[in-house]
Design a protein around this ligand. Sequence first.
Ligand SMILES: [Zn+2]
Length: 84
Amino acid sequence: MNDWRLQGQEKFLMGATLAFRKYEPYRSGWDHDHCEFCGIKFSKLAGDKNEGYVTHDMYRWICKDCFEDFRNMFHWVNNSDMET
Ligand SMILES: [Zn+2]
């Protein structure tokens, strides 16, 4: 598969467990993140993505479109029912 969004993310996202969440900054003082694949912006503001798939540590965000496109390639586990 040759996709412009693929830039070596398998190093840190292969087999990751992801959960669908409303966007929350990784640490106070941050106000946005970008999708690890397409770069679309996540924030709490209207006009940005306000929810998406995130790693367990809340550090890496992936938009719904990229999740659907790459979930099989990356063997992601969708753990959205997990309690936080
Ligand atoms: Zn994306």
